[in-house]
Design a protein around this ligand. Structure first.
Ligand SMILES: [Zn+2]
Length: 193
């Protein structure tokens, strides 16, 4: 049976076995030893490829709900890093929406804490969002910010990096056709000397 893992907040793999979670202890060649995440528990187990040694005795009971919660959090961290421009609220709703077990839902951190985890995971995954440039000619737009969260092209026009008279237009074609069909447009702007 293949081994099951979740990732820690630091992005390290954790082994899940029979309701217990283990963090990596040491690795020598193909053999990895793991120790139980419970601080007072001395349980250790070794794995090699897809197989594991004899499951150890623990000083506490297994917690399958804890494993499910860790799984949900790993998934959240993964989507946070893979889709850097998706809103934290949307990612949290999406990942939590897939959880069916009420026991797992009950043990999940509150939504605002989950959203903070998204931000944290992105910071760890880096380089992430570029720092704000002081001049528009210095603005470098990374590819993931040139598309919407639905992967539709959003950078409509860019007169070019390195120009002080640079003009950048953000819009999707659907946005433009909305404008085209509208009789009234309301505008806002920020102007600086
Ligand atoms: Zn243990």
């Amino acid at each position: 049976m293949p081994l099951t893992f979740v990732t820690s907040t630091r992005g390290q793999p954790m082994l899940c076995l029979q309701g217990y979670v283990f963090r990596k202890d040491r690795q020598t060649n193909e053999r990895t030893t793991w120790r139980c995440v419970e601080k007072t528990c001395k349980a250790r187990i070794a794995t090699e490829d897809d197989s594991h040694g004899e499951p150890p005795m623990h000083t506490h009971s297994p917690d399958p709900v804890d494993i499910k919660v860790r799984g949900v959090l790993s998934q959240l961290r993964e989507s946070a890093a893979q889709r850097p421009s998706a809103k934290p609220t949307a990612l949290v709703a999406e990942v939590v929406g897939k959880v069916e077990s009420t026991a797992t839902l009950g043990k999940l951190p509150k939504p605002d804490l989950l959203r903070r985890r998204v931000t944290h995971a992105r910071r760890r995954a880096g380089p992430g969002l570029p720092t704000n440039p002081l001049r528009r000619e210095d603005l470098i737009i990374p590819p993931f910010l040139k598309v919407t969260t639905k992967d539709v092209s959003f950078l409509y026009y860019d007169s070019g990096e390195g120009r002080s008279d640079r003009i950048i237009v953000f819009a999707t074609l659907a946005n433009l056709s909305l404008l085209k069909e509208s009789n009234e447009w309301f505008l806002d702007g920020t102007f600086k000397d």
